[in-house]
Design a binder for this molecule. Structure first.
Ligand code: HEM
Length: 254
């Protein structure tokens, strides 16, 4: 009953302000922090293809339990992807609370960001737009990874080149790097992390760090994307035939 009253009037039965919005904000921040840091790890993991195809295959093998199991188990990757997907969905659901719910609200936001010329307000707009893009592209990628957990440079290259998925990843790359970079920056500002004596100086430093990290991961991501497309092109014409030992692709011979 108290929840219904709180739901209707936004106040608790004791007249105090409902704590639900603050709790939801906290969960959104916590899931955002996890996804932001996860993406840093993820980009470094997929970028191992820049070292060599074997380097990426080795790292992928580690996620399949290769370091402690006698036989690799790709379903372990599916479980990790499932957990990330659940956190992704919770974060997206909570993010929807902040999106303009109708055209009138969108107009107000737009007018506000134009008049204010406040960088953080414009950044928020970019975060909303990139978040919207990831509703679709991020979910598609996660479902592909959950149902195809055998990760190898050759399979990923094939997805990028032969299945022509590189434009999909190019859009997702820019969306996730802009969204994640702005998100981590806003978390630092919102929760006062790294706050120095002068908040203006702190904010200026955080802004610089944000753009430096976004630029670093975009450059790394574009090089990685290029490497996957090149790998896919290499195996596309069938010059390389796969050789397997015990259902395990050991490599490719000309
Ligand atoms: C545990 C979850 C995840 C796994 C196992 C995973 C795995 C991979 C793999 C293997 C690739 C190489 C391309 C391919 O095989 O198709 C890739 C690329 C990519 N993933 Fe993920 N991914 C995960 C979650 C995410 C999430 C949540 C996002 C963003 C919403 C994301 C964004 C990207 C982007 C942008 C690329 C292209 C990277 C580049 O080439 O620069 N991934 N991922």
């Amino acid at each position: 009953m108290t929840n219904i009253i709180e739901g209707y009037i936004g106040k608790r039965v004791d007249g105090k302000k409902s704590r639900i919005p603050a709790r939801l904000d906290f969960i959104q921040s916590a899931t955002g922090l996890f996804l932001g840091l996860f993406m840093w790890g993820h980009m470094l993991f997929v970028a191992t293809i820049l070292i060599s195809e074997d380097a990426l295959n080795w790292v992928a093998g580690v996620f399949e339990g290769g370091l402690f199991l006698s036989e690799k188990q790709p379903w372990l990757v599916s479980i990790v992807v499932f957990v990330v997907f659940c956190i992704f969905v919770v974060h997206a659901c909570l993010g929807m609370r902040k999106l303009p719910i109708n055209f009138r609200q969108y107009q107000i936001y737009k007018a506000h960001s134009i008049n204010m010329k406040h960088s953080d307000t414009s950044l928020w707009f970019w975060q909303a737009k990139t978040g919207f893009i990831m509703f679709f592209l991020g979910s598609a990628h996660l479902i592909i990874m959950m149902t195809n957990p055998e990760i190898t440079a050759q399979v990923s290259g094939g997805r990028m080149y032969s299945h022509f998925m590189w434009p999909f990843y190019l859009i997702l790359l820019f969306a996730v790097e802009i969204h994640g970079g702005v998100g981590l920056y806003r978390l630092c500002v919102k929760w006062g992390w790294f706050e120095g004596k002068d908040s203006k100086v702190t904010r200026a430093r955080l802004t610089k760090l944000k753009w430096a990290l976004t630029a670093f991961f975009l450059v790394l991501g574009l090089l990685t994307l290029g490497a996957y497309v090149k790998t896919g092109y290499k195996y596309a014409d069938g010059t390389y035939a796969a050789y397997q030992i015990n259902n395990d692709v050991k490599g490719y011979i000309k």
